[in-house]
Write a protein that binds this ligand. Structure first.
Ligand SMILES: C[S@@+](CC[C@H](N)C(=O)[O-])C[C@H]1O[C@@H](n2cnc3c(N)ncnc32)[C@H](O)[C@@H]1O
Length: 276
């Protein structure tokens, strides 16, 4: 089966049904990526068409949960795009250090690597005990994995290199214990992180954040959903707060753009102005 064989109407009907039955809103997700993911899922599902699968998906929660794992792209890594984290240390942390307490929201945190990377930076920069990270994702299965903080040991070499390129001055191996084929992150890193399910398409804002990171999430959304989510972030950020997007994402041409200044070209770190 190729993606051409899933018709537009099948995708639309299924997404509408999922929204009505489960409240997950994928109606405004970018079509090409959604079709690719649905095709992959269908191939391994045993159903010959999406229409036949639909009646089962809307009645069987466990089957839907499996589809959900297939629809959301959950890849992440520690210190992903190391230069981003280097810029975070240089451009954002000095401001955060002047606050008595810092509130941070990682929206679309996947399996948690980004939130743990941030916790490491904040510890190294002397903010221990003065911050709380809220790390959220639509997918409850990845939130469970994020809470565990256990990653394949084979990834640690790559994460170590990224940590060093991001300006890390310590020894990355101090942040985990190797056990068999896994690296278990130091439990103290988790102390200031709250992991929770949150759906950017339908759920409400989080108040009074000083820093919001939503990287490599908006690329999967169509324009109206991008706009909704950015409005949500704008409402959730304090004046002077920071908004960080992924390398392929931008605030340019978006409605909230004028409320922000870009701190350095192409770095995708924006600061909310004090006055509009
Ligand atoms: C590619 S991962 C990005 C992970 C991390 N931010 C990074 O850059 O490494 C995208 C994440 O967005 C989540 N996501 C997709 N739609 C979402 C929604 N409507 N609300 C919240 N999270 C969503 C997915 O479940 C997935 O874990």
């Amino acid at each position: 089966m190729t993606s051409d064989e899933i018709t537009d109407i099948e995708v639309k009907l299924l997404m509408e049904g999922i929204y009505q039955v489960y409240g997950y809103d994928f109606r405004e997700y970018a079509e090409a990526s959604l079709r690719r993911r649905l095709t992959q899922w269908l191939t391994g599902s045993g159903y010959s068409t999406l229409s036949i699968a639909q009646s089962h998906l809307l009645r069987d929660r466990l089957l839907f949960d499996k589809l959900l794992q297939g629809i959301t792209v959950n890849v992440s890594e520690m210190f992903r795009d190391p230069s981003f984290f280097k810029n975070m240390r240089e451009l954002v942390i000095p401001h955060l250090k002047t606050y008595p307490f810092v509130k941070i929201w990682h929206a679309g945190c996947a399996t948690g690597e980004e939130a743990y990377s941030m916790a490491i930076i904040l510890h190294e920069e002397g903010l221990h005990g003065r911050f709380r990270i809220y790390a959220t994702d639509i997918n409850e299965e990845v939130i469970r994995k994020a809470q565990e903080g256990i990653y394949p040991l084979q990834d640690m070499q790559r994460f170590t290199r990224s940590y060093q390129h991001s300006g890390g001055s310590g020894s990355f191996s101090d942040y985990y214990t190797a056990r068999y084929h896994h690296a278990i992150l130091t439990p103290s890193l988790r102390e200031n992180i709250v992991f929770a399910a949150h759906n950017l398409a339908v759920d409400a804002d989080f108040g009074e954040m000083n820093l919001i990171l939503c990287r490599n999430v908006l690329i999967y959304f169509k324009l109206p959903l991008k706009e909704r989510v950015l409005e949500l972030f704008d409402k959730s950020l304090t004046p002077g707060g920071f908004l960080c997007l992924g390398t392929k994402e931008s605030l340019e041409q978006r409605t909230i753009y004028d409320n922000y200044e870009e701190l350095r070209p192409r770095v995708k770190i924006y600061r909310k102005r004090y006055e509009k």
